[in-house]
Ligand binder design. Structure first.
Ligand code: SF4
Ligand code: SF4
Length: 384
């Protein structure tokens, strides 16, 4: 609560943040689904010591666009993050959030498909575990989440009841194992193999945990379940330790962020965490692309600078435009509107669209012109 007071207490109520918050127009300008509205709810929370069961904090996509315009230095994304932690701690999180957290704690994967997430590497040989190739199941999960999203849209407002039922009957997750979007799965598997090939071309030896590879627990943290996250992070760290891992190669922005910046705040984490793009040599290719910069990556890494060295890009000035992905779980309609708007912005350039995050890809791949950056990097690192 002290953190919430420190952040939201700086607000002077000017409303500048509403001009850039992507969820506000996507929610038909309902103020509680925008940056200032969330800060106002936070103020109410600490002034009146009342836990508002409203899920508004969960509609924030954590893009931090608000921070770039706020004259008082308020990060409404951070306010939402703390708000979610307070709700979760008090048992007020939405049922679907509780379901995802419980499944992850139980199956070490949000949908109970951990073993299936190793299918892409079938028949491949890997090397020493000292350097670990860690997918975090992220590329693979997109094919399942796309199908899951379609089913949820059929149930509509029964969503919370469905989640409540699933929480009582976790064995039903067995049905997820064959519920995935086949086209998305094929593309994601190809992108994973691209990244392996890129690293090998650069002479890097690494191991892979296969069916034992756990999801990193990003949802648990993002949904506000701190206590559970600490326990889960200890479990994942122990798996790395037991295999003699020293360096971890991450391949998506969310896994990179959680292992490098969040895990060390909660558990002993002695491993070196790197991003695969930092390990590969590339030459500039003549092609032009419209590149979607992942918000979570742009916080820590000069993404635009990096891709500019590889190919001619059309990157818009605001690096924090979101793909809508983080709202897919709890607010699919808001997510759909944000992703469509972003796709149309990128498409208007007339160039092929490149993404560098599996979540961004899954949300923006509305036609075949959208590709993962590994396709381009493979071209720029030598002949295929
Ligand atoms: S821009 Fe900053 S000060 Fe202005 S309403 Fe938003 S959070 Fe408050
Ligand atoms: S982080 Fe993004 S979605 Fe969240 S309040 Fe700020 S601008 Fe809005």
């Amino acid at each position: 609560m002290q953190d919430l007071i420190a952040e939201a207490g700086k607000c002077i109520n000017c409303g500048f943040c509403e001009s850039v918050c992507p969820t506000l127009p996507a929610a038909d300008f309902v103020s509680s689904k925008g940056a200032r509205g969330r800060v106002d709810i936070a103020k109410f929370l600490y002034r009146y010591d009342e836990i508002d069961p409203s899920p508004s904090f969960y509609s924030c996509v954590d893009c931090y666009a608000c921070l770039s315009v706020c004259p008082a230095g308020v990060n409404a994304g951070k306010v939402s993050e703390i708000g979610r932690m307070i709700l979760a701690k008090n048992g007020k999180a939405p049922e679907i959030a509780k379901m995802i957290v419980e499944f992850t704690m139980r199956f070490r994967n949000p949908l109970g498909v951990r073993e299936r997430c190793a299918d892409w590497a079938s028949g491949m040989e890997f090397g020493s575990m000292e350097t670990l190739f860690y997918t975090g199941n992220m590329y693979q999960l997109m094919a399942y989440l796309r199908k899951f999203g379609k089913i949820r849209r059929i149930f509509g407002h029964y969503d919370e009841s469905l989640a409540s039922f699933m929480r009582r009957h976790p064995s039903f997750t067995v049905m997820f194992r064959d519920l995935y979007d086949r086209d998305m799965m094929e593309r994601m598997n190809r992108y994973l193999r691209n990244i392996v090939e890129l690293l090998r071309r650069n002479g890097i030896d690494f191991g892979y945990l296969g069916k034992e590879e756990p999801y990193p627990g990003t949802f648990i943290y993002d949904l506000g379940f701190e206590r559970e996250f600490r326990e889960y992070a200890e479990y994942v760290s122990e798996i790395f330790r037991s295999h003699g891992v020293r360096r971890i190669i991450t391949i998506d922005p969310h896994t990179y962020e959680i292992l490098k910046y969040i895990y060390p705040k909660y558990v002993d984490f002695e491993f070196e965490v790197v991003y695969y793009m930092d390990l590969i040599e590339t030459v500039k290719v003549p092609d032009r692309y419209a590149v979607h910069a992942p918000c979570h990556f742009s916080r820590y890494f000069d993404f635009n600078g990096y891709v500019s060295k590889v190919f001619d890009v059309n990157i818009e000035e605001n690096p924090t435009r979101c793909c809508g992905g983080p709202d897919e779980l709890l607010f699919p309609e808001i997510s759909d509107r944000i992703s469509l708007r972003r796709f149309e912005e990128l498409k208007s350039s007339g160039l092929p669209i490149v993404t560098a995050c599996p979540i961004c890809y899954a949300n923006l791949a509305k036609d075949d012109s959208v590709i993962d950056i590994s396709e381009v990097l493979l071209r720029s690192s030598g002949s295929r």
